[in-house]
Design a protein around this ligand. Structure first.
Ligand code: MG
Length: 267
């Protein structure tokens, strides 16, 4: 009897940055370096999927030598796929101009004070986020979303106002972010479809790692969802089936999960 040939496996890793692959305070990924080199040797792409802008992510993918991997910016606002010297871009979000417009409308009609990155200087952003000044400059290069400061009692009315107009509010690490109907999950699903059609004879398996509410749609799309623990020891409580909750926080937990999942699946 002829045995069925085992299908080739193609692994993909989707990862949030802040508080997940980067330390929540120092933005260091030192403790994940071993795991990142292992994935590189294995030819497994690490697809950064962050609320950060394209310009900010470009800095980290250079530092992490992930320049041949696609990435997802601004909570699923767009997917960038390396192509020659540039990228093939798939836009899923609404243009920044429209987001600023709806915020102006919201301020007027709700009478609510809302402060966005647009209204802040790089110095101010750098201070609030604990980011180096040059990274704060890149954080202002927005294309599909606007992080805002709004007081807790105004979140509900603002959320409703935005939803009625086809926008939404998502909670990242430090801010609420206004986005245009996109989320990390839609972008991950789109990329998974592309990989599945490219490798139609293989089994495509995905790991997704995150620590915040805005990561939930991404975690819902992958085969191996990972919730990365916070430094406080706490972690995101979510109804995600079979989620791996890391023992260690941030990049150390990231490496722990990647090694464990890949090792167990190979037994
Ligand atoms: Mg995060």
């Amino acid at each position: 009897m002829r045995r069925r040939k085992k299908r080739k496996r193609v692994w993909l890793v989707f990862s949030d940055l802040d508080g997940t692959l980067l330390d929540e305070d120092t933005y260091s990924f030192e403790e994940a370096k071993g795991a990142l080199s292992f994935l590189k040797e294995e030819g497994i792409p690490v697809i950064l999927c962050s609320s950060k802008t394209r310009a900010e992510i470009e800095v980290y993918r250079r530092k992490m030598t992930l320049c041949d991997c696609p990435f997802i910016s601004e909570n699923g606002g767009a997917i960038f796929i390396p192509e020659g010297e540039g990228y093939g871009t798939i836009e899923l979000g609404k243009p920044y101009k429209l987001i600023l417009e709806v915020l102006t409308e919201a301020r007027k009609s709700l009478g609510v004070p809302i402060k966005g990155f647009y209204d802040m200087s790089p110095e101010e952003i750098s201070k609030i986020c604990g980011l180096p000044l040059e990274e704060a400059v890149l954080a202002k290069e927005r294309e599909y979303s606007e992080p805002i400061v709004v007081s807790d009692e105004n979140v509900g009315p603002l959320e409703l106002f935005l939803r009625e107009r086809g926008f939404s509010l998502t909670k990242g690490g430090r801010f609420f972010t206004v986005i245009g109907g996109n989320d990390k999950g839609k972008a991950v699903r789109k990329l998974l479809e592309l990989y599945r059609s490219k490798f139609s004879d293989a089994e495509v398996l995905s790991i997704g790692l995150g620590d915040g509410r805005n990561d939930l749609p991404m975690l819902a799309e992958v085969d191996f969802p990972v919730i990365v623990r916070k430094k406080s020891g706490d972690f995101l409580k979510a109804d995600i089936k079979d989620a791996y909750i890391t023992r260690y926080p941030g990049p150390r937990g990231w490496a722990e999960a990647v090694f464990n999942i890949l090792e167990v699946s190979r037994r």
